[in-house]
Design a protein around this ligand. Structure first.
Ligand code: HEM
Ligand code: SF4
Ligand code: SF4
Length: 243
């Protein structure tokens, strides 16, 4: 790959939730084939569209093409705000406790200066997870994590709990179906694994002491048709350097 000899890697700001039109993908591939190595990394660890390898004279050309003709901004790099990233959120996921795409888009626009003109002593990242499943791993991958949560109670459908316990509905959405793990054991796989020990299964009924629940999502992930996130939803923000 002679195109990567100069080792210039370009970060392009991915859209919130990573939704693209085929036209956009065609345009960016054509641009990169023409002005770069033709190699991409969709997507980088931070979430950007990474265009791998071009020569120095092409840098301004690519920048001009992206910003003037494709309505497309660069991502963050160096000691600045890095490209914000979010989970797919309310576009596709019933667990999203707030609109991750909206806030990701909003804050990307709000902090344009911080994204493009390095003025910090070190890089800074924020990421948006719609719920504690943390599909963009905001805790591990950012300095300021936004994680959706709820204040009221986990909604329980006791009939569906019974159906899970009786094996009529497959646990974990059938994700473990490839191998025989034996019959589903609600005590062992849900109650005993609750990190705050706040659930109880007795006489065919599941009870949750919601005051002690840390909203870890475990029980909900195992029995999604029986347990649902609460209705009083919002977002918790964790501030602390990690990435
Ligand atoms: C010359 C030095 C470095 C280069 C060329 C480099 C390059 C990169 C690239 C290309 C990415 C993916 C970016 C994206 O998707 O937008 C990345 C991500 C990352 N880098 Fe570096 N990096 C460097 C130094 C460092 C240092 C010193 C640290 C930590 C002390 C670090 C920690 C990380 C982490 C944690 C991520 C993933 C962030 C995420 O998942 O959001 N990097 N780096
Ligand atoms: S983090 Fe939660 S809300 Fe976001 S996609 Fe993952 S499961 Fe859905
Ligand atoms: S969400 Fe986690 S902490 Fe809360 S009841 Fe379920 S398993 Fe326990």
């Amino acid at each position: 790959f002679p195109g990567v000899a100069h080792f210039h890697t370009i970060r392009v700001n991915q859209p919130a939730g990573k939704f693209y039109t085929t036209k956009y993908l065609e345009d960016i591939c054509k641009l990169w084939e023409f002005r770069g190595s033709g190699m991409t990394n969709m997507h980088g660890a931070t979430g950007d569209i990474i265009l791998l390898g071009t020569t120095t004279p092409q840098l301004e050309e690519v920048f001009y093409e992206l910003t003037h003709n494709m309505n497309q901004d660069l991502g963050g790099s160096g000691s600045n705000l890095r490209t914000p990233a979010d989970c797919v959120g309310q576009a596709r996921c019933e667990y999203a406790c707030y609109d991750t795409q909206a806030i990701c888009h909003e804050l990307t626009n709000e902090y344009q200066d911080e994204l493009h003109r390095p003025a910090f002593p070190y890089k800074f990242k924020f990421k948006f997870d719609g719920c504690p499943n943390c599909c963009v791993a905001s805790i591990a991958r950012s300095d300021m994590s936004f994680i959706g949560t709820w204040r009221d109670e986990i909604r329980i459908d006791q009939d569906a709990v019974k159906a899970y316990a009786g094996g009529e509905i497959k646990s974990n959405g059938g994700a473990h179906a490839g191998r025989d793990w034996g019959a589903f054991d609600i005590q062992k796989e849900v109650v005993d694994l609750c990190p705050t020990n706040c659930t109880r299964y007795e006489d065919g009924k599941l009870e949750i002491n919601n005051k002690e629940c840390t909203r870890c999502m475990h029980c909900i992930n195992v029995m999604p048709r029986a347990l649902r996130i609460g209705n009083d939803r919002g977002c918790s923000i964790l501030v602390g350097a990690k990435a």
